[in-house]
Design a protein around this ligand. Structure first.
Ligand SMILES: [Zn+2]
Length: 174
């Protein structure tokens, strides 16, 4: 049993430090599936990092680690962008990112949270999957860094013009 203080420290590190795993898996999955140079990867990154950032505030795996959370974000994007196709295209990358977070976080391992609120309204203090994994995160993070280096090269991001294009439009292409 860990003391509450040790748990807070662990939550702090594991809850915030695994970034490259999500960035690498999201960017590469979307590229291999869609091959779309117009895809807004900035919105994708916002989506894939959102669940841990938001749910950590509540102290663990909450609504954004459930399928319903992503469906609600998807619905908000569809309603808010009705009749505005270009912006809808961009913003759809956010729920795509939150869905990908669920997959690469292994969020489906917690049936109760994943299917919330279908399986009941309470969360029973479920911690973030990232916190539950502990040291496995280190391996995931190393893999994530490898994927990010791969993506950096593949998308030619050592070229300042390519980097500027990514920052201003979200576009990544070979
Ligand atoms: Zn998570």
């Amino acid at each position: 049993m860990r003391s509450p203080n040790a748990r807070i420290v662990l939550d702090y590190f594991y809850g915030r430090d695994v970034l490259f795993w999500f960035i690498g898996t999201a960017v590469l999955s979307v590229w291999f599936v869609f091959h779309d140079p117009r895809f807004d990867n900035r919105a994708l990154l916002l989506g894939v990092l959102l669940p841990d950032a938001v749910d950590a505030v509540w102290g663990g795996a909450r609504g954004l680690h459930s399928v319903s959370g992503s469906v609600v974000i998807l619905a908000i994007v569809m309603v808010a962008t009705a009749g505005r196709k270009p912006i809808r295209r961009r913003l759809l990358a956010v729920p795509i990112g939150t869905f990908l977070h669920l997959i690469f976080d292994g969020a489906f391992n917690s049936t109760k949270v994943f299917w919330w609120p279908v399986t009941g309204l309470s969360f029973d203090g479920d911690r973030l999957p990232i916190v539950e994994r502990g040291m496995v995160n280190l391996a995931l993070e190393i893999l994530g860094i490898v994927m990010c280096v791969f993506a950096w090269r593949r998308f030619g991001l050592s070229d300042p013009a390519r980097r500027r294009e990514f920052v201003t439009t979200g576009s990544l292409h070979e």
